[in-house]
Design a protein around this ligand. Structure first.
Ligand code: PTT
Ligand code: SF4
Length: 610
């Protein structure tokens, strides 16, 4: 077997034991890596219905056969666990030297189980795993934690850590690396906190495995050159993801005032061109030559790396039109290890709840000081409101009652990322059917949809969403950044060539679709196994706001989604996927993907359709 190290490091935090588990070529080729490995391990090892904060939950760091190689944007790591926020499958993707080092240390994945008795830092250096007392770090922010660990163990050490939000088990706490890379939106940082695991520091010195290393290096070199030659490269380097603010404004999908509107009066003040005026440097993930981390200074003159989602959710969505202030909130979230998207949703929700007098606190739209305070109260679990909001918007709306469920912006409990869908049914369906809840990562169909035609709820849209979900799942499994393809047009054909040089396997992108489908279906089965008889197509429903509150501003004033047409589109999607009318994979779909064992187990929870 080439391309994979063939080893998974299994770390039991309760017993302070680390063992190496070898896997074979069949496992590697069936699941590819990254998300594929993570979801298969979670399916096999977790008991249905278990508490996500139980020591039995697994925290998985997983890479794929291309991770860490010298080729465009390969420095990405999948972090996964059963999500405490949604109760279903949860993962995220973070750019970090930790994944490059993990592969160089000889592992394709690290699986943590159990719970350390005291706060712990795990250090992996090639074949050595150490359990270090992490009490000094507990209560400290991620910036200080990572800097300190790097000072101790060397600058080349890759570190992923959690902040106070993860320690306090805020349900949307994530994992942070390199002071500006965050991953694991559905509370993967909280699972890490529940294990008393403050940080993982990894250093590896071995050669990466490859079937044909000279060819892989040559292709990687050519790939880097090709990225640089793309016409959109220069503008991408200037603005990265932030130019999406202007795009969102032009297309009426920039989330504004808790997703009430798709246009924001102060969009120009938080967009790509405003950012360029404040930009001081550019950072990025390992192995990337189109780095998109735009660093600006915040209200305290501190450096912050800003991205579109962070600006949309902590800016327009809460009515804040000042980029330095937005950057400050972003920096607070990073240091606390709080997902910016969910936190922005929570602040927007709290502002609307305050306006409607559902909570006693007075929190006005755009109130920077109150937003700061709220982030602190949530991350530190400080008081009643802080504790309420730390459970996510679904829980908070269930507690507050009245009609707040209509404007609690989530799918399956995961807060919506930065795209208002009053006028984009396809993007709504992409949120509805993402693997982890309302995440854009599985199918960012909106840019295609705006050109294709917003008004239709048709099969072409459904097919496009599934195609994107397949392609993006391949990126999560390979595991590399998808942005060279999405943003600068680096052709997909490169990836099978990289894969062949790395693993020796000759496959086209289409040949990898069954693998992507296998991963998507087992993740779906994981959700259904968790929810059992409660599972129905309503799990894929998007927030009611988009059906009942039309846009009141902008060129698409009056637009809203049509519920019955959305439901019909959901059924078209299920049919194409080979799922029944409840959205459950049929026996024959699972068996075609080589998942008959999954069908058998799932059949014990719910009646499966043949
Ligand atoms: C991702 C989600 C995103 S998606 C953003 S900005 W984006 C937010 N970033 C956060 C942050 O920063 N700090 C913080 N405290 N919370 C944050 N939460 C949000 O998390 C990120 C880039 C981006 S920028 C995107 S789209 C792409 N995502 C990729 C992906 O998912 N897979 C993949 N193979 N390649 C990708 N490339 C791009 O990576 P989640 P990063 Mg992120 C500060 O994890 O849970 O998936 O949520 O990883 O290294 O920061 O790079 O406009
Ligand atoms: Fe990281 Fe951006 Fe490069 Fe992707 S394009 S690897 S997110 S720096």
């Amino acid at each position: 077997m080439h391309g994979w190290t063939g080893e998974i490091l299994r770390i039991n935090l309760t017993r302070k034991k680390a063992i190496v588990h070898e896997f074979d070529a069949n496992f590697a080729q069936t699941w590819l890596g990254g998300r594929g490995f993570a979801v298969k391990l979670l399916w096999d090892e977790l008991k249905p219905g278990m508490d996500a904060f139980s020591p039995e939950n697994r925290l998985i760091l997983a890479a794929g056969p291309l991770t860490g190689a010298s080729l465009p944007s390969s420095g990405k790591l999948v972090v996964a666990a059963k999500s405490p926020l949604t109760g279903g499958y949860g993962d995220g993707n973070v750019g970090t030297w930790a994944c490059v080092n993990m592969r160089r240390a000889g592992y394709d994945a690290i699986v943590f189980e159990g719970r350390a008795e005291i706060p712990t830092v795990v250090k992996v250096e090639d074949d050595m795993t150490e359990f270090l007392n992490g009490e000094d770090y507990w209560g400290r922010g991620v910036f200080e934690t990572e800097r300190d660990l790097k000072k101790k163990y060397g600058n080349v050490t890759g570190v992923v850590s959690i902040g106070k939000a993860g320690e306090n088990k805020v349900k949307f706490a994530n994992v942070i690396s390199q002071e500006g890379r965050g991953g694991g939106r559905p509370g993967i940082g909280a699972v890490m906190g529940s294990k008393n695991l403050k940080a993982v520091a990894i250093k590896g010195t071995k050669e990466l495995p490859a079937a044909d290393m000279p060819e892989l290096k040559k292709l990687g070199f050519e790939g880097y050159k090709e990225v640089l030659a793309k016409p959109s490269y220069r503008f991408w380097k200037r603005q990265g993801t932030v130019s999406t603010v202007e795009w969102g404004q032009e297309n009426s999908c920039l989330p504004t005032h808790n997703f009430r509107e798709g246009v924001f009066d102060h969009a120009d003040a938080i967009g790509g061109f405003a950012m360029e005026k404040l930009k001081v440097s550019n950072r990025g993930c390992p192995q990337c030559n189109m780095t998109c981390g735009n660093v600006i200074t915040d209200t305290d003159n501190e450096s912050v790396e800003v991205d579109y989602e962070n600006i949309a959710l902590l800016g327009s969505n809460i009515g804040l039109g000042d980029l330095k202030k937005v950057a400050h909130l972003n920096r607070m979230c990073d240091d606390y290890g709080l997902d910016t998207i969910s936190m922005g949703n929570m602040i927007g929700f709290a502002m609307e709840a305050s306006e409607r007098k559902l909570i006693e606190d007075r929190i006005d739209w755009g109130d920077f000081e109150k937003a700061r305070e709220l982030i602190e109260r949530v991350a530190e679990n400080k008081d009643e409101t802080g504790r309420l909001l730390s459970q996510g918007v679904k829980y908070a709306s269930e507690k507050l009652g009245k009609d707040s469920g209509n404007w609690a912006m989530h799918v399956k409990g995961l807060e919506i990322s930065g795209y208002d869908c009053h006028a984009t049914p396809g993007m709504a369906l992409a949120f509805g059917t993402s693997l982890s809840g309302a995440h854009h990562k599985d199918a960012w169909v909106i840019s295609w949809e705006v050109k294709y035609g917003r008004e239709s709820y048709d099969q072409t849209k459904v097919d496009k969403i599934i195609e994107l979900q397949r392609l993006r799942t391949i990126f999560e499994a390979l595991t590399t950044c998808r942005l060279p393809w999405v943003e600068v047009g680096f052709e997909l054909e490169w990836y099978p060539r990289f894969l062949k040089a790395a693993t020796g396997l000759t496959m086209t992108m289409e040949d990898l679709y069954p693998t992507a489908d296998r991963i998507y279906n087992i993740a779906r089965a994981f959700w259904v196994r968790e929810f059992g008889k409660q599972w129905s197509s309503s799990m894929d429903m998007v927030p009611n706001r988009w059906f009942i509150d039309p846009l009141t501003k902008g060129p698409l004033k009056g637009a809203k989604l049509d519920k019955s047409r959305y439901e019909a589109m959901v059924q078209m999607y299920y049919k194409k996927r080979g799922w029944d009318s409840r959205g459950i994979p049929t026996k024959s779909t699972l068996s075609k993907l080589g998942l008959s064992d999954v069908a058998q187990e799932l059949g014990q929870q719910v009646q499966l359709t043949a």
